[in-house]
Design a protein around this ligand. Structure first.
Ligand code: SF4
Length: 307
């Protein structure tokens, strides 16, 4: 384990490839079924991706190429990078028919020396055909990962934040991906309305028992103009401080299986793009605080797994 206390993503990548491999985030032009151009009125109540999404209308290859070529040339020039991971990050990247998905994934992968494909999506955008398509990319040691937004295992919370899917729907998608050897990262948000530390740890313990390949922990942040921002203005919400968030993460890490990769410990959206909580300690400080908390209590990843 990195720092000997928990498994970080950078260490995992160095061990896996023997060198630094760089992620190239790309917006594939997908939308989300929980947005106004899908089936919902406003999406998740914290969602700052405003309005309906227009697709690239046949221009997807050009737009994707521009993003990837720009990122690759920057990474090569700045770091001498040679190997990359293609990361479809924006919105729900399996929200289309398989033919379109295949065309977009293939095109993106053809543009560089990619070692992995990562696709971020929602549980209700996963079905067998999409899983089989994703599985088809697992060849020659080429890893395929799906990042599944969950945020909480508590159905009341999921309803409260208008996620548009239940914990049970998440489990169906998770098990389908697992059956087909696709690596899974589960996203959590700590500090959601109505949740205290025991609710947060209940979710972490449930997911830990599924042995996910990776997890991402986020602190709640709220962009201006969202439904949740209105709740905040009405005085209905409070937020964990940076220190409290670090404690939540340290607690969560102890309940994870030792082999799960901790891919993120806090939200990395720039402060300029969200209104609340405003000031929040940066990633390096949060990371060091988590290490300090674990060291002080002689804790480490997996110590409380299954308890
Ligand atoms: S799933 Fe993501 S893109 Fe869709 S509404 Fe929720 S936060 Fe927004």
């Amino acid at each position: 384990m990195d720092s000997e206390l928990f498994n970080t993503y950078s260490n995992y990548l160095k061990k896996r490839y023997g060198k630094t491999v760089y992620r190239v985030g790309v917006d594939g032009g997908f939308s989300c079924p929980n947005k106004p151009d899908g089936r919902a009125d406003h999406g998740c109540s914290f969602c700052g991706s405003f309005g309906a999404r227009s697709s690239y209308l046949g221009d997807s290859e050009k737009v994707i190429e521009e993003q990837i070529v720009k990122s690759l040339s920057f990474l090569k020039r700045r770091y001498g990078a040679e190997d990359f991971i293609l990361y479809f990050q924006a919105y729900s990247n399996t929200y289309s028919d398989c033919e379109t998905l295949e065309k977009i994934y293939n095109y993106g992968l053809s543009l560089g020396n990619f070692r992995e494909l990562i696709v971020s999506t929602r549980p209700d955008c996963i079905d067998l055909n999409k899983v089989l398509l994703l599985k088809s990319y697992i060849k020659d040691g080429f890893d395929v990962w799906v990042e599944l937004g969950l945020q909480s295992c508590n159905n009341d919370t999921l309803k409260r934040i208008n996620r548009g899917h239940s914990y049970e729907e998440f489990l169906v998608a998770y098990n389908l991906l697992k059956e087909h050897n696709i690596k899974i990262v589960v996203h959590f948000i700590f500090g959601l309305p109505g949740e205290d530390s025991s609710d947060i740890l209940d979710s972490v313990k449930k997911i830990s028992l599924l042995k996910p390949d990776g997890v991402k922990f986020h602190n709640l942040h709220i962009p201006t103009g969202t439904v949740m921002y209105e709740e905040y203005l009405r005085g209905e919400l409070s937020f964990p401080s940076s220190m409290r968030h670090a404690e939540y993460v340290a607690d969560a890490i102890e309940y994870l299986p030792a082999e799960t990769i901790v891919m993120r410990v806090n939200t990395d959206t720039p402060g300029t793009r969200h209104s609340v909580p405003g000031y929040f300690l940066d990633k390096a400080v949060i990371y060091n605080t988590i290490i300090d908390i674990l060291s002080d209590r002689k804790g480490y990843q997996g110590r409380l797994y299954g308890t």
